[in-house]
Design a protein around this ligand. Structure first.
Ligand SMILES: [Zn+2]
Length: 1014
């Protein structure tokens, strides 16, 4: 037979595009349209409904960037349409390729009840089926003129990302505002042909099935009268019935589809717009659930549920009903889909606490899966946190975005730094926005790496990023793919149903140990430095506030600010969303984030000050107390307590060197700052060991060009390192402080349009060189790093993460090692040889890189760590990071890992001095081992008055120790993160003699609920 394949395929495309799809709506009449544009920010629904309308016509422009217009459509269903299905078609000026990335609308009835959302892939509103004829139509659309930020020429700088700079040029033109007859038979024919045509394109040309589909499609096209598509569609469909009824082969891949709309809580839109995005999508999805009995929908991020509850109660009522019916499924059990690299131990834990608790309180539902499809990498600390939250599964798709290495599994056990294993699934469909296209379904089946031992994968299905969700077309396609020869099978299933099946069929999945590093978006560890500092500061202040408020409540009866802390935590958790904390949002988002963090700092500062005042007594007292919120004693002050500090014994000196520069000494360290203001030497006095590699100088600021190939705020591409400028020029080098307590030198440098002022300080009694860096940053597309070349020979180094640290190689042996050329640390990185080590700690930076070289001079190894300070990408915020910044780092020669942990806490938790009448405030709890580190001290969220203490083993070893309390202890109960009694603790927790004996394994965390006697 002659091969006419391409001829029939081309025919299918043209006839579908030009004849059949247009026949879905064979008749239409125009609607009357009126518009009112709100003068500023969005207005309440009642106000929008009541505002006077001005006439507007199809083709007219509307919508200044970020503006809201209320559009009213009116009309009458023609009498001739009686018995037909009638829909309104509302095209606000949509581009079909951009659902969620441009204008959107929410349709209301005249009484203010929401109907459904409008987006480029969802422009219809059902009016009547069947119509009586003569129905009056009156609908209102709250239309948001969100501008397109990520354009067809993506990553070009734009001023549209902030309403303050976006201007007022209308962005859209009304395109179609009609009442139309909907021909369901033609619509079904379109979907038959799409499903079969898309499947056909994926099948092997050598196989019979492909040709059977081709011939059936040809017969169907022959049956269509192009002058009467509506009259012949049924005949065409009957030609396809046979091939649509052929069942899938027994070994077919099985896809669990779940309705889904990834909604970024802020990104190319501000937080306030996400509130409305969620309302539009959930209005749509609850409507779709009512129309489609097999369909199931899932939504993550408790924050988004909380937003609709507060702002669109009518939509929330529909969500609640669908949740109760088990068809709208809360997923993930986190407050938001956060970044996981940067949040602190406690913050990561609280993401789950607040997310799960919201779903439990609102719906009585507990999730067992963590749902993070789009997050930029996963830390080795996360498995234990997931387990301690009472969950056991993880879903993400993002690792498929890695640029270099292909991850070897789709279903596997993921083992964290403490040994906790979590059953994990990466959907092989490689998208969290599946639209049931044949290419996607075939890709999932082909791509699935666990074939032969497993058969199930999951496909989150619906338009996402900016919302939108599943369409009726996707549901119709899924129905055809339920059991279709040549295709994977598709069933709507809840995430928990999928995981249970996947786990049951795969009892011995492969294991991946350590972090799930995303080989992309590495610059999200640095971009928008102020957002990152706001996060770290808030996390630290929350620790202090909980500790001192709990202490004040138990000691003085002061009221514990439950509600305030709950609200502040939720705000901090929201800002850890995977486009806010990573710095990848528009200027508006980051401008607001800075203001929010500043307000939180003030509020938390007030809480801390009033608790400390209550504990210290009258401010006219004679004692100057130091409050120590860090988990280790300092200056003679117990951890978690307050006392008059013991002064350090050996004083500090600074001396000018004949060759220029200064020698700083404090009896513990001798530090040479040379004439260029660089650290030429840092010797630990006790061991005589030099820290700085021979022939190098430390604290060297280095500037690179930084213009990635795409994703400017997200990415740094490896070639940035090919060009570097060492900033060695000195404007001035002076002694800044010279007392017995501390000595400082200050170096000022200018470069480009910027300046850097660095102050290097030694303090009495501290084996640590503090480095403060002020940068007035006015560069574009540059990357600023601070380099510390160390005389340490090691194959690996430690970087702090949640509840412990992980090791990364210092070499680039494999493509996996080489791809980690920019990585995340929390408060420290640590390098050691047996018997001696050095730590670098940081108050607020996360990105760093580590390289090694072997010296020609002496054959020794130089291991260089560089903290990433600032970038200056121009998309999506054209002015990213411009202005004044302050960083604090410290070099700690002679540090063991425990010293690194201790100094990491100290840099973020400065001493607070308070004058009062009390001589001492005893800590509520004390631990007798340095490696047992308190992560939180707080009152139980259930307001029982119990004290909750979270402790973890921080050294990576096994520890036995005792926790004692300064109040009579009745009971200590191991709990999960939600403070519920929990038997999952693997170490030992026993109460004896009024104290708690703890035996913890490496990096193990334990949450204790302590009850006071009497
Ligand atoms: Zn996202």
């Amino acid at each position: 037979m002659h091969d006419d394949r391409t001829l029939v395929e081309s025919r299918l495309k043209r006839v579908l595009d030009e004849r059949i799809r247009p026949a879905v709506y064979p008749e239409s009449v125009p609607l009357e349209v009126g518009i009112w544009t709100a003068p500023g920010e969005p207005v309440p629904v009642a106000e929008g409904l009541a505002a006077p309308r001005a006439p507007i016509a199809v083709g007219d422009a509307w919508g200044a960037p970020w503006g809201t217009s209320w559009i009213t459509v009116t009309g009458t269903v023609p009498e001739a349409w009686a018995g037909r299905t009638v829909e309104a078609l509302i095209d606000l000026g949509f581009d079909a390729n951009m659902p969620g990335f441009q204008c959107e609308g929410l349709v209301y009835r005249p009484d203010g009840t929401p109907v459904k959302g409008l987006n480029p892939q969802n422009q219809w509103v059902r009016i009547a089926a069947p119509a009586a004829g003569g129905e009056q139509v009156l609908l209102h659309v709250e239309a948001a003129a969100n501008p397109v930020i990520l354009d067809y020429h993506p990553f070009l700088p734009t001023e549209l990302g902030d309403k303050e700079t976006a201007g007022d040029r209308p962005q859209y033109k009304l395109a179609r505002m009609d009442l139309a007859v909907f021909d369901e038979t033609v619509w079904q024919l379109v979907l038959d042909l799409e499903v079969l045509g898309e499947l056909m394109a994926e099948l092997p040309v050598e196989g019979a099935r492909r040709w059977e589909l081709l011939r059936a499609i040809e017969r169907a096209l022959d049956a269509v009268d192009l002058q009467d598509v509506n009259g012949t569609a049924a005949a065409a469909r009957s030609e396809l019935a046979g091939v649509l009824a052929a069942p899938a082969v027994p070994s077919a891949h099985r896809i669990s589809a779940i309705g889904h709309a990834h909604i970024d809580s802020a990104w190319l839109w501000p937080l306030r717009e996400t509130v409305r995005k969620v309302a539009r999508t959930t209005a749509n999805m609850t409507a779709l659930l009512e129309d489609e009995p097999d369909f199931l929908y899932t939504m993550s991020q408790a924050q988004q549920f909380a937003w609709i509850k507060e702002h669109r109660p009518e939509v929330y009522a529909r969500v609640r009903k669908a949740v109760a019916e088990g068809r709208f499924v809360p997923a993930g059990g986190m407050w938001v889909e956060s970044d996981t690299n940067m949040p602190s131990s406690e913050a990561m834990a609280r993401q789950f606490v607040h997310g799960k608790r919201f779903f439990l309180d609102e719906f009585g539902v507990e999730n067992h899966e963590a749902w993070l499809p789009d997050t930029f990498g996963f830390t080795g600390g996360l498995p234990q946190i997931i387990r301690n939250a009472g969950s056991k599964w993880l879903l993400t798709q993002k690792i498929s975005w890695s640029q270099v290495n292909t991850f070897p599994h789709h279903t596997f056990l993921w083992e964290g730094i403490d040994g906790t294993r979590i059953f994990t699934h990466f959907p092989p469909v490689d998208t969290y926005n599946c639209s049931m296209k044949g290419s996607e379904i075939a890709h999932a089946a082909r791509n699935f790496k666990d074939k032969g031992v497993a058969r199930h994968s999951l496909a989150p299905t619906g338009w996402g990023d900016g919302g939108g969700g599943t369409t009726r077309e996707m549901v119709a396609k899924a129905a055809r793919l339920r059991d279709l020869e040549g295709s994977a099978t598709v069933r709507w299933e809840k995430p928990a149903e999928f995981f249970a099946k996947a786990e049951a069929e795969y009892p011995n999945p492969p294991v991946w140990v350590g972090e799930l590093y995303l080989e992309l978006h590495r610059a999200t560890l640095t971009s928008q430095a102020k957002t990152k500092q706001g996060n770290r500061r808030s996390e630290n202040l929350l620790r202090e506030a909980e500790l001192w408020c709990a202490t004040a409540t138990l000691r003085t009866g002061a009221e514990y600010p439950y509600e305030q802390l709950d609200r502040i935590w939720k705000t901090v958790l929201l800002h850890q969303f995977h486009d806010i904390l990573p710095g990848s949002s528009i200027a508006w988002v980051h401008r607001e984030a800075e203001a929010t963090y500043a307000a939180l700092a003030e509020e938390l500062g007030d809480l801390i000050r009033s608790a400390q005042r209550a504990l210290a007594g009258d401010h006219r007292g004679e004692h100057e107390l130091v409050f120590n919120a860090a988990p280790h004693p300092r200056s003679g002050v117990a951890a978690g307590g307050a006392a008059v500090p013991t002064p350090a014994e050996v004083g500090c000196t600074v001396a000018e060197r004949p060759e220029g520069g200064y020698l700083l000494r404090n009896g513990l360290l001798d530090v040479v700052v040379d004439a260029d203001g660089l650290i030429a030497s840092a010797v630990e006095v006790a061991s005589g060991r030099e820290t700085v590699a021979p022939g190098t100088r430390a604290n060297l600021l280095q500037l690179h060009p930084d213009f990635p190939n795409m994703w400017d705020a997200w990415d740094v591409d490896q070639f940035y390192r090919n060009t570097v400028t060492d900033l060695t020029g000195v404007d001035s080098l002076t002694v800044f402080a010279e007392t017995a307590e501390k000595v400082s030198v200050r170096v000022v440098r200018s470069f480009g349009s910027s300046t850097a002022v660095q102050t290097l300080t030694l303090r009495a009694g501290e084996q640590r060189l503090d480095i403060e860096t002020l940068v007035d940053w006015h560069e574009t597309e540059k990357f600023l790093k601070a380099a510390f070349p160390l005389d340490v020979h090691t194959e690996r180094y430690a970087a702090e993460t949640q509840f412990g640290h992980l090791y990364r190689p210092t070499h680039t042996n494999t493509s996996w090692d080489a791809a980690k050329f920019e990585a995340c640390n929390h408060r420290f990185v640590h390098f050691d040889e047996p018997g001696w080590g050095v730590a670098l700690v940081t108050a607020s930076t996360y990105g760093h890189d580590v390289t090694r070289t072997v010296r020609d001079t002496d054959g020794g190894t130089t291991t260089t760590v560089r903290f990433s300070l600032l970038r200056a990408p121009r998309f999506p915020d054209p002015k990213t990071d411009q202005g004044l910044h302050r960083f604090r780092h410290a070099l700690v020669p002679g540090a063991a890992i425990g010293d690194a942990v201790r100094e990491g806490y100290r840099i973020g938790l400065p001493e607070r001095r308070v004058t009062g009448t009390a001589e001492r405030v005893a800590p509520l709890v004390e631990l007798d081992h340095d490696a047992l580190v308190v992560s939180a001290v707080k009152l139980a969220d259930d307001r029982s008055g119990d004290l909750v203490v979270r402790v973890y083993e921080a050294s990576g070893g096994r520890v036995r120790g005792r926790l004692t309390t300064s109040f009579p202890l009745a009971d200590a109960v191991p709990c999960d993160l939600l403070e519920r009694p929990w038997g999952g603790t693997r170490g030992e927790v026993t109460v004896a003699d009024g104290a708690v004996r703890l035996a913890l394994r490496p990096f193990e965390l334990v949450t204790l609920r302590l009850r006071a006697a009497g």
